[in-house]
Every structure is written in C-alpha cells, then in structure tokens.
Design a binder for this molecule. Structure first.
Ligand code: BV8
Ligand code: ZN
Length: 242
C-alpha cells in the first residue's frame, strides 16, 4: 500500500480498520450550508452575543427579544440545506457497525441529511417547550407568532434548547459518554471547543484510547490533544474521509 503521504490518507487508513466511530460536531459543519457560526465574524445578531440571549435569565427578562432572535435564526435556517459533510456523516452511520453522532447544533441539518443515530445535546430549534405544562412539540411556523402560547394550556412557549446555565438532558449525556468511551476513532468537526460539557468530550475519548481527528479552519483548545488536525472546510475535508 502506498505510504500515507497525506494526513487524510492516515485518517482513511484508520477508518478502514475500525468498527467504532463517534463524531462530535459544532456550528462549523453548518457554516458551508450558510448557517452563521456563533463566534465567527458573522456570529452576531444586532450586536448581541449568544451568551447574552441564550440564557433563562434573558428569557425571563425579555422573552420577546429572545423569541425575535430565535425567529430570525429559524427563518434563516429554514432556507438552508445539508452540505456534503452532513451527508457523509449519514453515510458513515450506515457503514460503521458502531457509530454515534453528538451534535451541539440545533439547526436540524444532520437529521435532514439522514442521520438517525445522533444526540442533539443542545436541543432542536424546530421544537418548543411549554414553560407551564412542559409539553414538547415540533413547531415549524416561519415566522413563529411572538409570543407563542401552548395549545394545551395556554402557557408561554420557549425554544426546546439548552441555554447557558442549564444542564443537558441526562439521557444525552449518558449516551454521549458511552459513545466517547467505546469509540476507536473520534472525529471532532467544526467546534471551537469552548462550551462545556462538550469541550470536555475529547479528553474523555482520549482517556479511553481513541484515535482523535480534528477538522477545523483554525486551531482550538482541542488541537493539542488530537492525533491528527485537518485544517480546512468541513464540506471539503469530511467527504474525503470515506
Ligand atoms: C452546563 C444553545 C451545568 C443556544 C448553546 C459560568 C457561568 C455559568 C455557566 C458556565 C460558566 N462557565 C462555564 C460554564 C458552563 C457553560 C459554558 O461552557 N460557557 C462557556 C461560554 C464558557 N456551559 C453551560 O452552561 C452548559 N450547561 O454546563 O450545565 C451547569 C449548570 C449551571 C451552572 C454551571 C454549569 C450549557 C451549554 C449549552 C449552551 N447552549 N446553544 C442556541 O444555539 O440557540 S451553546 C452554543 O455554542 C451552540 O449550541 C454551539 O453549538 C455551541 C458551541 O459553539 P460551536 O458549535 O463550537 O460554534 P463556534 O461558532 O463557537 O465555533 C465554530 C467553529 O467552527 C470554529 O472553531 C471555526 O473555526 C470552525 N469553522 C467555521 N467554519 C468552518 C469551521 N470548521 C470547518 N469548516 C468550516 N467551514
Ligand atoms: Zn402547556
């Protein structure tokens, strides 16, 4: 076999000999679909940062403002489609006997590309949750009437999304840690590695002996930990891995 001149070739060789792959994605995998990232140049909305609006305190203080931000994102995301990176991960799910996708993204593009073995650990922008009765429903109204109310009890609806200061669903955490501990290869795609607990996932997989590959435009806090860093756009690099 030709020597692995390129890092891509090394990663392909690893994927060719493993049966267990876990993937962690962030906003960078959807950037090439036209969905703004959080901490890139296009990440702001009316000069607010995600950390200012994606909190229960912000919603309690000004639910209209928070719903205006989510409505703006829903309207934008409604016109976007999965890119080759999303489709490649859906193909990987079919190809590897043990595969799990952990995404921090709430845009639904992995599901739209056909991924089913996934944990949307920060929630789903197309779901709403009643602040009174807790009912979770899918809502694809674009625009969504502000302020939306629960069909069942009339309570105020909120996005079914994990905000800063809120804990992730126990089931998502358990499923993610299991996938991180049992994988032979972990792919980390398009995340700045700043937000916890997702930022602690690479060390968990490393501890369990996984071969870790990072695909990102830039270096991140994960970069010093990974075995191979592939610098480039996810929509170009990820399809090359299969
Ligand atoms: C929790 C929902 C336990 C919003 C999100 C102090 C006080 C209170 C809490 C904390 C604190 N210090 C730390 C914390 C914990 C906090 C946290 O980590 N804060 C950070 C800011 C330090 N975390 C939490 O609160 C979590 N809960 O810990 O519970 C607890 C409870 C109480 C008190 C303490 C702890 C909840 C975290 C979830 C927050 N919700 N989203 C929404 O989406 O509407 S996080 C938000 O950031 C998004 O979900 C996003 O996915 C996530 C991570 O961002 P990235 O996906 O990485 O995106 P980013 O733009 O940052 O980076 C993009 C990357 O892609 C870049 O590296 C770029 O180079 C690259 N890229 C760009 N284009 C491309 C590309 N790569 C490849 N190809 C391209 N084309
Ligand atoms: Zn209700």
């Amino acid at each position: 076999m030709a020597s692995c001149a390129s890092k891509i070739c090394e990663v392909k060789a690893r994927l060719a000999t493993t049966g267990s792959v876990t993937v962690l994605t962030g906003a960078g995998i959807s950037a090439d679909s036209g969905v703004p990232t959080f901490r890139g140049a296009d990440g702001l909305w009316r000069n607010f940062k995600a950390e200012d609006l994606a909190t229960p305190e912000a919603f309690a203080r000004d639910p209209r403002l928070v719903w205006e931000w989510y409505n703006w994102r829903r309207e934008l995301i409604a016109t976007k489609h999965p890119n080759p990176a999303h489709y490649t991960l859906a193909e990987m799910e079919r190809r590897f006997p043990r595969f799990w996708l952990i995404t921090q993204n709430v845009d639904g593009l992995h599901r739209a590309a056909g991924s089913r073995k996934l944990s949307e650990i920060h929630g789903d922008i197309w779901k709403v949750r009643c602040t009174r009765c807790g009912a979770v429903t899918e809502n694809r109204d674009v625009p969504i009437p502000i302020l939306p109310s629960c069909a069942g009890c009339g309570g105020l609806l909120r996005p079914h999304i994990v905000w800063f200061g809120e804990t992730l669903a126990a089931e998502d955490l358990a499923r993610s840690f299991a996938a991180l501990q049992q994988c032979e290869v972990l792919l980390i795609i398009g995340t700045s590695g700043i937000v916890y607990p997702a930022a602690s996932f690479a060390p968990v997989a490393k501890q369990a002996g996984a071969f870790i590959v990072e695909i990102n435009l830039d270096a991140t806090p994960n970069s010093s930990l990974v075995d191979v860093s592939l610098r480039g756009r996810a929509s170009e690099v990820v399809p090359e891995l299969l």
